[in-house]
Write a protein that binds this ligand. Sequence first.
Ligand code: DX5
Ligand code: ZN
Length: 238
Amino acid sequence: MAPTAPDANGATTRTVEIAPSVLNADFSRLGETCTELERAGVGRIHWDVMDGQFVPNISMGPAVIASCRPLVDLPFEAHLMVREPDGLIPDFVAAGCSRVLVHPEACTHLHRTLGVIADLGAEPGVAINPATPTSSVEWVLEDVRQVLVMTVNPGFGGQAYIASMEGKVEELRDLVDRRGLDVQVEVDGGITADTIEPAARAGAEVFVVGSALFRDPLGVAHAVEEITGNGLAALTGG
Ligand code: DX5
Ligand code: ZN
């Protein structure tokens, strides 16, 4: 169970969960990195999958994920930055991803694609780019387990956080809460010990963190603890 704290008005309890992205990890040590992250107490591993078409970068495929699957017990979530992903989804589920997030910008038939994920027994999610409005996923909120708000333009780690996305996080948080949905609001991109604070206050509860974990001179466990602590403090006004 991710760490929790009451929100500012004390009405609800919100989690602060770090979802580490291994995009900026040393790919020659991915297995060791996964076990190091598990020891650091994270609740999942976020795999940034890029096809060089939907985003201007290529990262990793299902075989890489499958090679790490037996090493840890953590849930794997695949963030598919892939154009028309339907045909690839079975391979990522078979590789051990229990959550699969797709972009509405990359799917001709988003509702059908989410059904492909669910029919394979995985949890569907959607990820929306900075310019994409919340309305693009409004009619599939009942079909997903999480909505990921990109706080950078997808394709690379180490980019600057786009603070204006907090308005979209607030909008989504309000929509999810008003409908009483069990949907996690997640942010991805430029999350650090500093930017997690406004993102948490805006209503995010899962935070994809990549480069801020691996550039911490005190190590991954220290970074996870510090960033989580700042997120919790932001919720309680500490
Ligand atoms: C962008 C990726 C990154 C990554 C996190 O497409 O999705 O956002 O997960 O990278 P950092 O934390 O380094 O911004
Ligand atoms: Zn991602």
